[in-house]
Design a protein. Structure first.
Length: 316
């Protein structure tokens, strides 16, 4: 008789309902399609009664943060404002379960909590792309990747949304064969199943319909040197084209100039850090390539119509 795999899901307040459903439904469908109890699951929360997701729906759970017995993996599922929910009792519970030998996993922004507990140092991990900037600033020892999920590490992580379904289909295929995983995906009418190495965000090529290799490489270079920006002329030199050619490419495909596009990229990262971290404005300015607060504030106000401090006060 095939053994039943038991997953526990710890739901933090404001967890992602989409990620939760995408994690749970493939397991239910695997049981349905196979005609066997391949999987079972338990839902837990901090208060042991309910968990409220980010869309306001309330989910009943099976219990609280008591010691787990005979669980094959504990998955942490969180969502928005995850920094507010990485509470000492949650961290303490995860540490106790880790010491007890319970395999761990995280979905959506859950990797933040595991990193806060110190579990991910030296490991590859995936987290929802919206948290990449504050995560890399706070946890430099974690090898953050932009993949939809990471399943080859001791601690499994998925970036959220439909990436949770990709991860579960991967685990089903690994345990019970590709044929069952495909049958589950068919039942979900999910014909775009991704491998773990797939990128989270729609590529620039797909978003803008562009296929120019020079432009793609130029943007990649900009992303690599946000903290120490280089001039468009230096980027063009590294690509082996003229500055004029580079400007024409940005104008044609992005309706922007290299300088303006790069500034928008830096300011967008600054805005993410302002809202999602407690770093000082000076630290954020430096992390985004601004050498003075005055220059940063002027550029930020010009782009967003408000000061960095006001932005933090409004959305923090």
């Amino acid at each position: 008789m095939t053994a039943t795999t038991h997953f526990a899901f710890l739901l933090l307040q404001e967890f992602s309902h989409l990620a939760f459903s995408c994690a749970l439904e493939p397991l239910r469908i695997a049981n349905l399609v196979s005609g066997k109890p391949l999987y079972r699951w338990s839902l837990i929360s901090a208060d042991g009664q309910t968990a409220t997701c980010s869309n306001g729906s309330v989910t009943l759970v099976n219990g609280g943060m008591a010691p787990l017995r005979h669980v094959d993996r504990l998955f942490l599922i969180s969502g928005i404002n995850v920094q507010n929910h990485a509470a000492p009792d949650v961290l303490g519970y995860l540490r106790r379960e880790r010491v007890a030998g319970t395999p761990l996993g995280a979905i959506c922004s859950g990797a933040y909590v595991l990193a806060k507990a110190g579990f991910l140092d030296g490991m590859e991990a995936a987290i929802h792309w919206e948290y990449h900037d504050p995560f890399t600033e706070e946890f430099p020892k974690v090898k953050l990747v932009r993949n939809v999920f990471v399943a080859r590490e001791r601690i499994i992580t998925a970036s959220g949304g439909t990436a949770a379904a990709d991860l579960m289909l991967h685990l089903i295929g690994r345990q019970h064969g590709a044929e069952l995983a495909t049958a589950v995906a068919d039942q979900m009418v999910y014909n775009a199943v991704r491998e773990g190495t797939a990128a989270q965000r729609v590529s620039l090529q797909s978003r803008h319909g562009m296929r120019n290799e020079h432009l793609m490489r130029a943007i990649a270079l900009m992303e690599e040197c946000i903290e120490d920006p280089v001039s468009p002329s230096l980027i063009a030199e590294q690509l082996g084209i003229s500055t004029r050619q580079l400007e024409r490419l940005f104008g044609r495909y992005l309706n922007s100039s290299p300088k303006h596009y790069f500034m928008e990229m830096r300011l967008n990262r600054a805005r993410n850090l302002l809202v999602q971290t407690d770093h000082s404005i000076t630290e954020i300015a430096m992390a985004c390539g601004f050498r003075s607060n005055s220059h940063f504030s002027k550029a930020f106000r010009g782009h967003y119509g408000t000061s960095p401090l006001a932005q933090r006060t409004t959305l923090g």
